[in-house]
Design a protein around this ligand. Structure first.
Ligand SMILES: C[S@@+](CC[C@H](N)C(=O)[O-])C[C@H]1O[C@@H](n2cnc3c(N)ncnc32)[C@H](O)[C@@H]1O
Length: 230
């Protein structure tokens, strides 16, 4: 289970798988990727900007973004790290295609964008300074989240930073509409529901240094900055 929230019922394995299947569907990746870019800007841009701020990337570091999607945050990460190593992965070829097109507009080439799975990061233990993961955990079945966070912890260096952004439990009546929709028809949200991960991170040996709630039209997000304890 996650920490003090979520009030919505847990997402079942089937719903998470369904969501990933949607992203991976070969017939419509551009359509899906396009709509997520547009919708993501309207409801998630402030939280995503906060995440890049929380990451406070120092040029020369090894930065990794898991689940880059269309590359909105990865673009900003790479820009801030021209002499470092930037690793972007996503499980969906459609999303990756869109991210690659976005990143091509940068003059920098010190990044990789490849297929990859959050459950099994192909990076050495304690090799990453900062790992960013936006709007993925809210799709993952609760029972599986622990495995992913342990994998994030494995690749992070001691004192490495973890930045998570997810849909969270709304703090206003308007923002709680998503919980109602999820209760009635989880598939309408692709199995996505509000989560709060800070207590879980603490139990796994992270120090949670900052949490910020953002509500945008009326979508509720939480941005977390956590540090792997030495
Ligand atoms: C809602 S989108 C968010 C994309 C991006 N992070 C953003 O903020 O715009 C969720 C992303 O998670 C990816 N994803 C889902 N499960 C994953 C997994 N197990 N490993 C890697 N990526 C995954 C999907 O393909 C999709 O691109």
């Amino acid at each position: 289970m996650t920490g003090s929230a979520p009030q919505a019922p847990p997402c079942g394995r089937g719903q998470g798988a369904q969501w990933i299947a949607v992203y991976s569907y070969p017939g419509s990746p551009a359509l899906w990727a396009g709509s997520f870019t547009y919708g993501g800007k309207l409801t998630e841009s402030r939280a995503r900007t906060r995440a890049v701020d929380f990451a406070s990337i120092k040029d020369g570091e090894t930065a990794m973004e898991v689940a880059v999607g269309t590359g909105l945050a990865f673009y900003e990460i790479v820009k801030r790290n021209p002499r470092g190593r930037n690793i972007g992965i996503d499980i969906s070829p459609g999303m990756l295609g869109k991210a690659k097109r976005r990143l091509k507009t940068l003059s920098q080439t010190n990044y990789s964008l490849a297929l990859g799975d959050a459950f099994d990061l192909h990076e050495p233990t304690e090799s990453v300074d900062v790992l960013v993961n936006n709007y993925m955990s809210d799709l993952i079945p609760y029972g599986d989240m622990g495995k992913i966070l342990v994998e994030f912890k494995r690749v992070l260096k001691k004192e490495g930073r973890l930045v998570l952004v997810d849909m969270t439990r709304g703090k206003t009546a308007a923002s709680r509409v998503y919980e109602l929709i999820y209760r009635v028809r989880p598939a309408a949200l692709g199995g996505c529901r509000g989560v709060e991960l800070s207590d879980r991170l603490k139990r796994l040996g992270f120090a949670v240094e900052a949490r910020k709630y953002h509500q945008q039209m009326p979508f509720p997000s939480e941005v977390i900055l956590a540090r792997k304890k030495a």
